[in-house]
Design a protein around this ligand. Structure first.
Ligand SMILES: NC(=O)c1ccc[n+]([C@@H]2O[C@H](COP(=O)([O-])OP(=O)(O)OC[C@H]3O[C@@H](n4cnc5c(N)ncnc54)[C@H](OP(=O)(O)O)[C@@H]3O)[C@@H](O)[C@H]2O)c1
Length: 251
């Protein structure tokens, strides 16, 4: 396999499972040294590390809570100390609690929603700020959003959608701020995936799938491929872009 990312150092947030794990595998297969974060799944993180090391690639897992903004500088320092620099940041870690609860629902767990805002929005900003200070020329920042970042489409997802729209706009600002250093910043809007976050209830799921051009859920590997493209030398002139990998939710 061609290894276009040889010599590059990547950090993938939330790499212990789902799309993050698929991205860790793919970037490592393409030659990058990869660090990834997680928050609680020690065993899953260890399994991803063992599997990827088995291919001969360099990979480390770092337990680091993205909801705590103060952790970000130490996380980036850790990656640089282990691998000597940073070239690619994939902002993937996110949560989606309380799906289906409308904003006027008195039983909504607002503390869980607040933690989501801290994880999906403020935590992403903290990691981008810390990473951008050390990222080398030619660097890549790729933020994983959702089709819901552009169009909410269904009730019960106001908070989640707002976090995704927020990080999308932030990433556009990052593209403007870091372009003069040769660093690109782009968004991948993912769609419903096999084996990822808890899916919506069956009726909502059916409605969403029916509205997709491709009429099916995606595989994490299909979305990781879009991320890997933006990380690759082939995407050197792509910045401030949103790449839709959601089966045609907005088509
Ligand atoms: N799944 C979908 O259908 C779908 C659809 C559209 C967009 N997306 C987006 O795609 C991305 C990946 O989703 P996924 O379904 O693959 O997620 P997932 O399977 O639920 O995995 C989430 C990952 O994020 C980590 N994480 C969660 N909270 C964290 C925190 N506070 N600090 C550090 N790491 C944390 C988890 O670590 P632990 O294992 O330790 O908990 C795990 O590695 C997310 O940005 C999501 O919004 C997903």
């Amino acid at each position: 396999m061609d290894k276009p990312l040889t010599g590059k150092v990547a950090l993938v947030t939330g790499g212990s499972r789902g799309l993050g794990a698929a991205t860790v595998r793919l970037l490592a297969a393409q030659g990058a040294d990869v660090a990834f974060t997680y928050v609680s799944s020690d065993e899953k993180a260890r399994a991803v590390v063992e599997e990827v090391r088995g291919t001969g690639a360099k990979v480390v897992a770092v337990r680091s809570d993205q909801a705590d903004m103060s952790r970000a500088p130490a996380l980036i320092d850790d990656v640089v100390a282990r691998f000597g620099g940073l070239d690619i940041l994939v902002n993937n870690a996110a949560i989606s609690p309380e799906q289906g609860r409308t904003v006027d629902d008195p039983d909504a767990d607002t503390a869980a929603l607040d933690r989501m805002h801290a994880t999906n929005y403020l935590g992403v900003i903290a990691v981008i700020r810390a990473a951008s200070r050390v990222m080398r020329a030619g660097g890549r920042i790729i933020t994983v959003s959702s089709g819901l970042g552009t169009r909410v489409g269904i009730p019960g997802l106001a908070d989640y959608s707002a976090t995704k729209a927020g990080v999308e706009r932030y990433t556009m600002g990052v593209a403007r701020d870091l372009g003069s250093r040769g660093i690109t910043a782009n968004v991948v809007e993912a769609g419903l995936m096999e084996g990822g976050m808890e899916p919506p209830d069956p009726e909502t799921l059916k409605a969403i799938l029916g509205s997709l051009s491709l009429q099916r859920v995606g595989r994490p590997e299909e979305i990781a491929a879009a991320i890997a493209f933006l990380a690759s030398p082939a995407a050197s002139y792509v910045t401030g872009a949103v790449l839709d990998a959601h089966g045609g939710y907005n088509a």
